[in-house]
Ligand binder design. Structure first.
Ligand SMILES: Nc1ncnc2c1ncn2[C@@H]1O[C@H](COP(=O)(O)OP(=O)(O)OP(=O)(O)O)[C@@H](O)[C@H]1O
Length: 304
C-alpha cells in the first residue's frame, strides 16, 4: 500500500453502465461528498465506447488532477486505466456496472461516502493490467479476457435486457447459446506452449462474473495471468462448468487446467468472438501480455 497526496478529482461517468438510470446520481453524491471536504471536483460523461480513455487522457494532460474516478463497470475501469497509464494519477472506482469484478476483487467501497473518504485518505494498491491485441487494435483489460463460449455469450447478450435486469440477461444468453454454439477447438499458446481447449479465459484476478471463484491463485498485484482452459466441449460440459462456477468448484474440475503465464496467443480458429472485461471486443486472432505500466488504485485504508 502506498499513499498519494490529494489534488483535484475528475469523475468520469459511463451513463450506460450497469442497470437502471442511477449512475449520474451516484457520481453526484460522490462529487458532493468530496466537495464538502474541500476537494475540487470535475464531473464528465462519456458519449460512446472508448471515450473514457480520451477523457482520462485529457484530465492527465490538463494537470493538477491526482485521482480519476471511473463510474461504471470493469469495461469503464479498463478504458480509464488506459487513459491514465504512465502518469502518477490514481484510479478510483465507483462501481455502478453490472458485475464490478475488480471492485469485488480488491474489496473497493461501493458506497460514495466511503469512496470519498478512501480518496481523501490517499491509500492505493498497484495492479498490472493485461494488454490485449486484436485485429481491431490494442486495449487494456483489468480483470479478464476470453475466447470461446463466454465470449460468444457476451457478444450475443441483449443490451436492452442487460439494462433492464442486469446479470440475469447473461443467463438468458447462456441458455440460448448452449445448444446453438458450435464449440470450436481453440489453439491456445501459453508462454510459447500450445494447448487445445474449447474455451479460454485469461484472468488477472481470482474472480469471475461477480464473486465466483475462477482462478484462486491469481492476485491483481502480480505481473502474471492465470489462463483457464476448458477441456471439454458441448452443452452438457458447459452446463457442468457453469454449475461448478456457481458452487465454487470450477478450479477443481478434472478437465479444467489453470496455467500461470505472462503471454498468451490465440491465433486459430480466426474470427471467433473475444470478450474483454465482460464487453464484446472484436474477434480472434488475439495476443495478450502484462502491461509494463502499473496502475495505482484507491483502496479503503481499513481493508489493506
Ligand atoms: N456513453 C456511452 N455510450 C455507449 N457505450 C458506452 C458509453 N460509455 C462507455 N460505453 C461502453 O459501455 C460498455 C460497458 O461498460 P461497463 O463495462 O463499464 O459496464 P457494465 O458492462 O455494465 O459492467 P461490468 O463490466 O462490471 O459487467 C463499455 O464497453 C464501454 O466502452
Amino acid at each position: 500500500m502506498t499513499m498519494t497526496a490529494l489534488r483535484s478529482v475528475t469523475i468520469i461517468v459511463n451513463p450506460t453502465a450497469g442497470r437502471g438510470r442511477r449512475r449520474t446520481d451516484h457520481a453526484t453524491r460522490l462529487a458532493g461528498a468530496l466537495r464538502r471536504a474541500g476537494v475540487a471536483v470535475q464531473v464528465v460523461h462519456t458519449r460512446d465506447r472508448g471515450h473514457a480513455t480520451a477523457l482520462a487522457r485529457a484530465a492527465v494532460r490538463h494537470g493538477g488532477c491526482s485521482h480519476i474516478v471511473a463510474t461504471g463497470g470493469d469495461g469503464t475501469v479498463a478504458e480509464v486505466a488506459r487513459g491514465l497509464a504512465g502518469s502518477d494519477v490514481v484510479l478510483a472506482v465507483l462501481p455502478v456496472g453490472t458485475a464490478n469484478v475488480l471492485a469485488r476483487e480488491l474489496d473497493l467501497p461501493f458506497d460514495e461516502d466511503l469512496l470519498a473518504r478512501s480518496i481523501i485518505a490517499g491509500a492505493t494498491t498497484t495492479v498490472w493490467p493485461g494488454v490485449l491485441h486484436t485485429a481491431q487494435g490494442m486495449s487494456l483489460f483489468v480483470q479478464m479476457a476470453g475466447v470461446g463460449f463466454d465470449a460468444h455469450v457476451v457478444h450475443t447478450v441483449s443490451p436492452r435486457l442487460k439494462q433492464a435486469v442486469g446479470r440475469g440477461a447473461y443467463v438468458v444468453s447462456v441458455l440460448r447459446a448452449l445448444w446453438r454454439y458450435r464449440y470450436p477447438v481453440l489453439r491456445v499458446e501459453v508462454d510459447g506452449a500450445v494447448h487445445e481447449a474449447s474455451s479460454a479465459i485469461i484472468s488477472k484476478g481470482a474472480l469471475y462474473a461477480g464473486r465466483h471463484v475462477l482462478a484462486p491463485a491469481s492476485v491483481q498485484g502480480e505481473k502474471a495471468f492465470s489462463v483457464v482452459l476448458f477441456g471439454k466441449a458441448g452443452p452438457w460440459a458447459t452446463l457442468r462448468y457453469g454449475l461448478a462456477l456457481l458452487r465454487g468448484t470450477l478450479p477443481r474440475q478434472k478437465d479444467v487446467t489453470i496455467l500461470r503465464a505472462t503471454t498468451v496467443a490465440i491465433a486459430a480458429p480466426a474470427g471467433l468472438p473475444v470478450q474483454s472485461d465482460g464487453d464484446a471486443h472484436g474477434h480472434t486472432a488475439i495476443r495478450a501480455h502484462i502491461s509494463d505500466q502499473p496502475i495505482r488504485i484507491a483502496i479503503c485504508p481499513r481493508v489493506r
